[in-house]
Write a protein that binds this ligand. Structure first.
Ligand code: MN
Length: 205
């Protein structure tokens, strides 16, 4: 189990075929203001890859973009809406098709309102992760060991969680509805960037 650290792009050929788990770390929650600092990616094997971008980066990352834009690779996220927006805004690619563990959780774990990554990893897999570095400074030239471990742990469990969530979605007859939600997520992210981030366009008001 190794966390590989890269600057400005992923090396070619480091990922196995199939779905990849993806997460991003940014300077904050306002995509247009808060630059993309780190993209984490895992093919479900024992290693995770972190790609760090410098201030003023051109975000010219052909290997990473090729993986993210590949229509034959499902991208697994926890709260895809945010990551899709950051990736499209800074890297210029729509990183779909999508499986979002938070959406899946909301559709099957209707007995709770706790849909954070930590809650899911705990309940579905019986593992524990720390969210201590969540609101740390991702913009500096050096990432601490704690930050690297945290960033990697955000993609480490998504493949296994997807398997479990698919079982539950199928059991409850909600797989089709979940898939339709996943398919809409690129548009939901584009609405965020375009100014509808706080408006539910489906509501009556
Ligand atoms: Mn994260």
């Amino acid at each position: 189990m190794t966390v590989h650290f890269h600057e400005e792009d992923l090396p070619a050929g480091v990922l196995a075929d199939g779905p990849v788990a993806v997460d991003t770390e940014t300077m904050g929650l306002v995509t247009r203001r808060d630059r993309l600092c780190v993209v984490q990616i895992s093919d479900g094997g024992p290693d995770e890859h972190l790609v760090r971008f410098n201030p003023g980066s051109s975000y010219d990352a052909p290997n990473l973009k090729a993986v993210l834009a590949d229509p034959n690779r499902i991208k697994l996220y926890h709260f895809a809406r945010f990551d899709l927006a950051a990736i499209e805004y800074y890297l210029g690619v729509m990183a779909a098709p999508v499986f979002c563990t938070k959406i899946a959780s909301k559709l099957v774990r209707t007995y709770t309102d706790r849909h954070g990554l930590k809650n899911l990893v705990d309940e579905l897999l019986g593992e524990s992760i720390s969210k201590q570095q969540q609101s740390s400074d991702w913009g500096g030239p050096v990432l601490s060991d704690a930050q690297r471990d945290y960033a990697a742990s955000d993609v480490r469990f998504l493949h296994r969680m997807r398997d479990e969530l698919i079982l539950r979605l199928e059991r409850e007859g909600r797989m089709e509805m979940a898939q339709a939600c996943f398919d809409f997520l690129p548009t939901r992210s584009r609405l965020d960037i375009a100014g509808w981030e706080d408006r539910d366009i489906f509501s009556h008001e």
